[in-house]
Design a protein around this ligand. Sequence first.
Ligand code: NAG
Ligand code: NAG
Ligand code: NAG
Length: 257
Amino acid sequence: MFRFIIILTICLNIDLFFVSAENVIKDCGWNNLEICDQNSKALKKITNFEINGVISLEYAKNVTIACENVTKCYGNLRCESAKLNFRYYVKKCQKVNFYNYEMDQCLLKFYDEVYQANYNCTKDFDYFSQNMDMKKVAYGSGKACFLKIANDVCSEKSITYLDTKYHNLLDILTEYNPEDHCHSFHDEWMARQCQPKMNAFLKEAENPTGSVSLYDLCDNVAECWYEHCYFNEKRLAERLKGLCSKFIDENLEDEYD
Ligand SMILES: *[C@@H]1O[C@H](CO)[C@@H](O)[C@H](O)[C@H]1NC(C)=O
Ligand SMILES: *[C@@H]1O[C@H](CO)[C@@H](O)[C@H](O)[C@H]1NC(C)=O
Ligand SMILES: *[C@@H]1O[C@H](CO)[C@@H](O)[C@H](O)[C@H]1NC(C)=O
């Protein structure tokens, strides 16, 4: 009896193996899947390549091409493993391209310009909106305004990215997914909208003008963190709030020190 169960289990396993193998062949085809796997190996190879210092535009473009090869390849196949790989590489490439083309620096500078209202055109668009429909409108209708500022403050690499991948930037900024539980790249860049407030606080802290209260500036940042779920689901905002209280009437506090 015992032996029978073992044999049965083995048979079933083999059976299962054939079923899934058949499905892969029917939906994807081994050859197709293998080509995609080779493309993803090529991508891994160039992204693992040790980069000393500055990433050249040529290198960034090579990575973009390798990324497109991989996502296109998996995107054309219908089996489950290809779909999983497709989603994985879309996300991975989104992030890799973003950094390779220095979009992190570009976006932070743009946020600062909007916050400081240095350009009149930004008044017409709610770039910092937490409502994704409104944000799509802002970066859609307000694309020309965005690009005008980007041309002034962003690197040549970023301009290249914006020429060809503006839709990728839109995806990063506006595609909210509750299943990410506040840890996605999107959530991170939503929260980075607080950076200009942080900059204002740090600037005053380093070089006090005395015209604004450090506590208010600090509290501005904490409030902003509260509004954005990325910061460790509010725990970091809580801690910052505690640190800000240090700046309440700091002259008085100094006397007690
Ligand atoms: C980019 O790809 C081309 C063609 O494959 C290659 O000749 C060149 O060395 C690569 N450049 C960089 C910086 O990776
Ligand atoms: C991208 O795919 C094309 C066509 O399959 C191939 O010729 C090229 O070598 C691939 N490039 C990279 C970097 O994987
Ligand atoms: C922005 O608006 C202000 C006030 O309306 C105006 O004085 C200024 O010239 C405008 N700047 C630009 C660059 O249009």
